[in-house]
Design a binder for this molecule. Structure first.
Ligand code: HEC
Length: 455
């Protein structure tokens, strides 16, 4: 009977399809039950050793070992039901399964070798088998842990020096094929959100997404991508279902894909799901925006009294970024936002060589301030969210070569007004949430150019 259990994987193939619910129901007790044999098996060598001083303990060892063997078979059965019932396959699953089988066999060998050892024959065989059993136990438990927690669970927070020492340093996922749209955008989305369940180690639904070929091959229900037809592609159907739908992906309550990620996937499928295309029509991602070398900020410490005077007269503040004057100042208007307008901003112009960030969100500034702002030559971040600016004159900001962040969310800027921002090479983050310029839905952004990454 126990022998036939060990043959189970040969009799019933893991075919990557979910089977009866009762199998999954029982199978899900595997992670719980599996701790019984682990506990018992670790106890065995302890009992044998302490048996040197207390013979009664050594007598107990045999009983514990037998119990462990029975619980091993139980855990093995439940584990198999779990994998078969849920349709899990993959090297991680098979490694763990063969580990469990090997463990059961070594436990059986321990049981067989032990009587000889007690009689004083073959005194080394039992201790050796016991040691081997513990090693198999360790390996199998680790495989199981990787399945539930992911491969890098143990090493994720390992100190870097130790990682390097055990040569894990270069195990970071690298994207193949370098410069194609697939390699730069599609593969990373799938890698971060799907491959944990659809990769080499674990293959849910018979679908792997860790390479272009495997992705195109599809899953248990056939191809998941139909080139040119996002609306007929199962992959897109699954990621755009309502998040509480049983078939929604990523499964098990993981965070949904971001709207722009879905837009990229859709556009990529629409335009042929090519492994070699480098760009897609209508999709603009300013990913290689190059931050210009930082212009050093002059020392403002000589102007402190003037700065303080300005602050007390005005209410807006100039806060140092850090204790180093060369890191610059932040113009902070939060306490006086409602009364801080174009005139007030103009008064700060003389400090502009020191201001690296201007927090003008929800102030009363208007388009008229673009003139003033164009002289803030060291500006790296500009907050204009919730202001009355409409984008007219926005391109006066073009000479700001240090500007990498521009927030226009909640303003009335239009797509036409922000389109020329594409020419500002250092500008990496443009926020257009809740503006007429924001693509209304993820789908629209395929046909309309997204100015930078609209969020
Ligand atoms: C937590 C695990 C998990 C994650 C993460 C996950 N999936 Fe799945 N996926 C499953 C399971 C389980 C199935 C099989 C059951 C089913 O079809 O719903 C499946 C099935 C699928 C199928 C159907 C395959 C077929 O041929 O029937 C598609 C398509 C799919 N997933 C896409 C994705 C995409 C895209 C992502 C990432 C955005 C993702 N999955 C992330 C667990 C997961």
């Amino acid at each position: 009977m126990s022998g036939s259990l060990l043959l189970l994987p040969f009799l019933v193939r893991l075919d990557g399809r979910p089977h009866a619910d009762w199998q999954q129901f029982l199978g899900r007790f595997h992670p719980l039950i599996v701790h019984v044999p682990i506990g018992l098996l670790v106890l065995v060598p302890l009992l044998e050793i302490s048996g040197v001083f207390r013979p009664a303990l050594r007598e107990a060892a045999e009983f514990v070992l037998a119990l462990a063997f029975i619980s091993c078979l139980g855990a093995l059965t439940l584990g198999f039901l779990l994998a078969y019932g849920s349709g899990d396959t993959g090297t991680g699953v098979t490694h763990h399964m063969w580990g469990g089988i090997a463990l059961s066999i070594t436990v059986l060998l321990c049981l067989l070798a032990r009587p000889w050892w007690l009689l004083g024959n073959e005194t080394r065989l039992y201790p050796a088998t016991l040691a081997a059993m513990l090693l198999v136990l360790l390996w199998t438990a680790h495989q199981g842990g990787s399945l539930t927690h992911g491969n890098n669970y143990l090493t994720e927070y390992m100190p870097v020096s130790l990682k390097r020492w055990v040569a894990l340093g270069n195990l970071q996922a690298n994207t193949p094929g370098a410069d194609t749209f697939y390699a730069r955008h599609i593969n990373p989305i799938l890698d971060a959100n799907c491959v944990a369940c659809h990769g080499e180690g674990k293959v849910k639904g018979g679908l792997r997404m860790d390479s272009y070929e495997l992705l195109m091959k599809g899953g248990k229900d056939g191809p998941v991508i139909v080139s040119g037809h996002p609306e007929r592609s199962l992959l897109l159907e699954r990621v755009t279902l309502p998040a509480d739908h049983k078939q929604f992906m990523p499964a098990e309550g993981r965070p949904p894909l971001k709207p722009e990620e879905i837009a990229w996937l859709k556009a990529w499928v629409q335009q042929g799901a090519s492994p070699t295309a480098t760009t897609l029509k209508g999709i603009f991602i300013q990913e290689n925006a190059k931050e210009a070398p930082l212009k050093p900020v002059g020392d403002y410490s000589g102007m402190m009294s003037e700065i303080l005077q300005m602050e007390s007269g005005q209410g807006a503040k100039l806060l140092p970024v850090s204790s180093k004057p060369s890191d610059g100042l932040i113009l902070n208007t939060v306490d006086v936002a409602a009364s801080f307008g174009d005139v007030q901003l103009a008064q700060f112009q003389k400090f502009s060589p020191y201001i690296v960030e201007a927090e003008l969100g929800r102030t009363a500034v208007t388009n008229a301030s673009f003139d003033t702002l164009s002289k803030f030559s060291h500006l790296r971040a500009l907050h204009l969210e919730g202001t009355a600016v409409t984008g007219e004159g926005l391109m006066k900001l073009a000479p700001l070569s240090q500007l990498t962040y521009l927030n226009l969310s909640g303003t009335k800027v239009t797509a036409a007004a922000v389109a020329p921002l594409d020419s500002m090479k250092s500008l990496r983050h443009v926020y257009l949430y809740n503006t007429p310029a924001q693509p209304a839905t993820a789908a629209d952004s395929i046909t309309q150019p997204i100015a930078k990454t609209a969020q």
